[in-house]
Write a protein that binds this ligand. Structure first.
Ligand code: ZN
Ligand code: ZN
Length: 441
């Protein structure tokens, strides 16, 4: 027997699951795990997807970090011939001590970078992403008779600087499981009210490259600077000199950011140390611009140090570390996604947004634009607070803030509806989407 569901049927399916999904979100929020430590989150996600009939593989991911284990989850639901659609949710949390005072706030502490114990929080909303993925899986499993093709769901570890996407690809995800025709993801944002989504065709998020600089000096007594080469003064000059790279060496119409995010050196006020450590991040859309910036960093670091009298053999050491590519939202795929989102959520709830210089390793799944990818924003702000914030000009706590607090119910409802609607349209080959959202079971 075939049951025809009216347009509201997806809504009623979501409403029936929503209380359980909100509970799931609060549980995940209270048990955040740092990048490379996502043991419980991945086990929970795998269990949920397995119970829905997905073929689930756990422990996927090969890292260069010695102590990191691969906690990637790959879940496949093969449902006859048709497109292969990948949906990815990242699972990791951040070394941030939560200060939201919410009843389900995290009290978790864990070892960060093999040393100090820190507070851990889902301050980037990856708990919303995992919950939306579970909700979407439930919808698509329930509606299995209304689509054909293969659904590949990814629980990705290590997004926050961990290279989790690359680690999963290095472990053979596209060789061992169906290679997708397209890949989707969402990211929550407090810059949009819950109930709405935003999309950006083309350039969406910048590439990210981490660069370390060790400035070597010559240590001495704090009272006798003439006997040493002070790396703190050299580092201070270097930080200012580095600011000229974007302002003087890169075309003004080329987006680029260079941030010195960390500086460490010295132990006491009366000692000139023998080195200072700097950590930088670089964001660009063009790899050639990134390479030019790294070359400039090396040239300027060396020049500043030598000008201060540091011997040639103690010139600064510049090391390029973690990197991931820009997120390029394939325009054709993004057009289809925007159609589906508009159809599902209504025109007023779908916003065309601008690119940002933040970064996300989701773009890695596109294999350098071989596979079309699209990530869209999921509004997570309390609509009342959002309006007050817009009126006052005081921004709401954003990603990575200890006060970041998505409004669970409308955010998850919209995340599940948006993702399910987009995936259904792609699996059914709807382009443009059908006028009526008739689901069959
Ligand atoms: Zn983040
Ligand atoms: Zn994130």
């Amino acid at each position: 027997m075939t049951t025809i569901y009216p347009e509201a049927s997806l809504d009623s399916l979501i409403e029936s699951e929503l209380p359980a999904l909100v509970d799931c979100y609060k549980m995940l929020h209270a048990m955040p795990e740092l990048s490379g430590q996502e043991e419980k989150t991945s086990a929970y996600l795998a269990g949920e997807l397995r119970s829905l009939g997905f073929s689930v593989t756990v422990g996927v991911g090969k890292y260069c970090h010695k102590t990191w284990l691969g906690y990637g989850v790959v879940a496949v639901l093969a449902n006859g011939p048709g497109p292969v659609v990948l949906v990815r949710a990242d699972m990791d949390a951040l070394p941030v001590e939560e200060k939201t005072c919410l009843p389900y706030a995290s009290k978790v502490r864990a070892c960060f970078r093999d040393a100090q114990e820190v507070g851990v929080m889902h301050a980037c909303g990856h708990d919303v992403h995992v919950t939306s993925l579970i909700g979407t899986a439930r919808m698509l499993a329930r509606l299995k008779s209304s689509w054909q093709g293969t659904l590949v769901l990814i629980g990705q570890p290590g997004e926050e600087g961990g290279g989790g996407a690359q680690a999963m690809l290095d472990d053979g995800v596209f060789q061992l499981f169906p290679k997708p025709d397209c890949a989707l993801a969402l990211h929550v944002t407090s810059h949009l009210d819950a109930g709405r989504v935003a999309y950006v065709p083309g350039n969406f998020m910048a590439s990210f490259t981490e660069v370390d600089i060790t400035v070597h000096g010559v240590g001495a007594h704090g009272s006798a600077p003439e006997r040493g080469k002070d790396p703190i003064v050299i580092a201070a000059q270097l930080i200012l000199a580095l600011q000229t790279i974007v302002s003087r060496e890169i075309s003004p119409i080329e987006p680029a950011v260079l941030t010195v995010g960390s500086i460490h050196g010295g132990t006491a006020c009366n000692i000139i140390p023998d080195r200072v450590q700097l950590e930088l991040s670089i964001r660009t859309y063009d790899d050639a611009v990134r390479d030019q910036m790294i070359a400039s960093i090396k040239r300027i670091a060396r020049g500043v140090a030598l000008a201060a009298g540091v011997p040639e053999d103690r010139a600064p050491l510049v090391t390029r570390k973690a990197a991931h590519p820009a997120n390029y939202n394939d325009p054709e795929l993004t057009g289809r996604v925007a159609h589906s989102l508009t159809h599902a959520l209504g025109e007023d709830n779908v916003v065309l947004a601008y690119p940002v210089m933040a970064s996300e390793d989701f773009g890695t799944w596109g294999l350098g634009r071989e596979i079309p990818t699209c990530m869209f924003w999921l509004g997570a702000a309390d609509p009342v607070l959002f309006r007050e914030s817009a009126a006052s000009g005081v921004a709401l706590p954003s990603h990575h803030s200890p006060h970041f607090a998505p409004l669970p119910e409308p955010t998850i409802r919209t995340g599940v509806k948006a993702t399910t609607s987009v995936v259904l349209a792609l699996l059914r080959g709807e382009d443009p989407p059908l006028k009526s959202n008739i689901l069959q079971e």
